[in-house]
Design a protein around this ligand. Structure first.
Ligand SMILES: Cc1ncc(COP(=O)(O)O)c(C=O)c1O
Length: 386
């Protein structure tokens, strides 16, 4: 089949492909523990279920406004203002999309084009590269070092930036590593971007899944140029609602309007029942308790995973400060693809190798699964490595 140059080099999401394979193996009766998926296993918060169901029952299935229903845009604005220190977000600064993924695509497609370069620190969520390439721009990977907590170094940004540099992706807490940029680093990077007139695309989807406080430092917690920032978040992770497909972008209003125009010509926006469910969760007085309860369970599972892998020869894992993943370093090989394949086939544990994240030699394990599955998966990993 001959495809257009738009998608000629596009490949399916490696992480979704591995999870799909694990599910197929399970469906075929094999005993597979799936630590590959990028989602928490909690149920949707009750307040969201009720609002979603009530809206479905109302039968009001008209098109929602393309940039999002007013109740959700205002709930997002209030949520961001309440949970960061320097944000001054208005509902008109918010675009609701079918997940952060669509919001990220909208942002990249509206801001970048052929001839532009966009800085992407490694390890990166693979979708960033795909989305930058779909916009026609060229991703420029910023290398980092595991020993240094995968922190970016502003001198590397200086070295890799060129007159064509238009954007910089940030993802703290990180998928895949769970590492978090502290406030000083966030401030340093924000100042660099402002001085170089570079857009910061700050994907903060794991911001509230942070174990050293209530919220990991946001781009809105440090001085920044709000005319050059797109902040992204949603309900998939912190509120365990990935299948509802609700994410959002906060950006300067002309950018929100352009992204909305793009959305109006592609998907017409996010599904109405999902928007009502997300609005109810974000506006709920229980909102921060919901995240807090999830966080405590996840913290326990994170610690369980770190201590289970402690002392396993061939693997080195440190305690991640955020997100839902352990990013374990393989000490004897950099061919993590081969190790992940053997781990799946021989031990029945699905993980994601480091290659798609731009850092071969690591395995990503999602610890946001049930206690039983996690214990069994970790026991199998230990046996496999021993
Ligand atoms: C870093 C990161 N950003 C965005 C997303 C996608 O989020 P959504 O479900 O809102 O599209 C994910 C999902 O795995 C992610 O890990």
């Amino acid at each position: 089949m001959r495809f257009s140059t738009n998608v000629a080099s596009l490949v399916p999401s490696a992480t979704l492909a591995i999870s799909a394979r694990a599910k197929r193996m399970r469906a075929a009766g094999e005993s597979v523990i799936d630590l590959s998926a990028g989602e928490p296993s909690f149920l949707t918060p009750q307040v969201g279920i009720e609002a979603g169901v009530e809206f479905v029952r109302s039968g009001k299935a008209g098109y929602p406004p393309t940039p999002g229903i007013p109740a959700l845009r205002s709930a997002v604005a209030s949520y961001v203002n309440a949970t960061t220190t320097l944000a001054r977000v208005e509902p008109a600064d918010v675009l609701i999309s079918a997940g952060v993924k669509q919001a990220l695509f909208n942002a990249a497609f509206c801001l970048f084009e052929s001839g532009d370069e966009v800085l992407v620190p490694a390890p990166y969520w693979p979708t960033y590269l795909a989305i930058v390439e779909l916009s026609g721009a060229t991703p420029v990977v910023v290398p980092t070092d595991w020993a240094n907590g995968f922190r970016i170094d502003v001198s590397d940004l200086d070295r890799l930036a060129s007159p064509a540099t238009r954007g910089l992706f940030l993802n703290s807490p990180s998928n895949p590593s769970g590492d978090v940029y502290d406030r000083d680093l966030m401030a340093e990077v924000a100042a660099w971007a402002a001085a170089n007139d570079v857009w910061i695309i700050s994907d903060e989807i794991y911001r509230r899944l942070y174990y050293d406080g209530d919220s990991a430092p946001s781009i809105y917690d440090v001085p920044h140029d709000s005319d050059r920032v797109v902040h992204l978040d949603g309900v998939s992770k912190a509120f365990s609602m990935p299948g509802w497909r609700i994410g959002y972008a906060v950006a300067p209003q002309p950018v929100v309007q352009k992204m909305s125009a793009l959305q109006s010509q592609t998907t017409s926006g996010a599904a109405g029942p999902s928007q009502h469910a997300a609005a109810a969760v974000l506006a709920s007085p229980e909102r921060d308790h919901i995240v807090g309860d999830f966080r405590e369970i996840l913290r326990r599972r994170r610690d369980m995973a770190v201590s289970a892998l402690d002392g396993v020869s061939g693997l080195e894992a440190r305690v991640p400060a955020g997100a839902i993943y352990l990013y374990a370093r393989l000490t004897q090989t950099s061919d993590s693809m081969a190790v992940a394949e053997r781990l799946l086939v021989e031990a029945g544990v699905a993980t994601i190798p480091g290659e798609p994240f731009g850092t071969p030699g690591f395995l990503r394990l999602n610890y946001a699964v049930s206690d039983e599955e996690l214990a069994e998966g970790l026991a199998r990993v230990r046996t496999f490595f021993s």
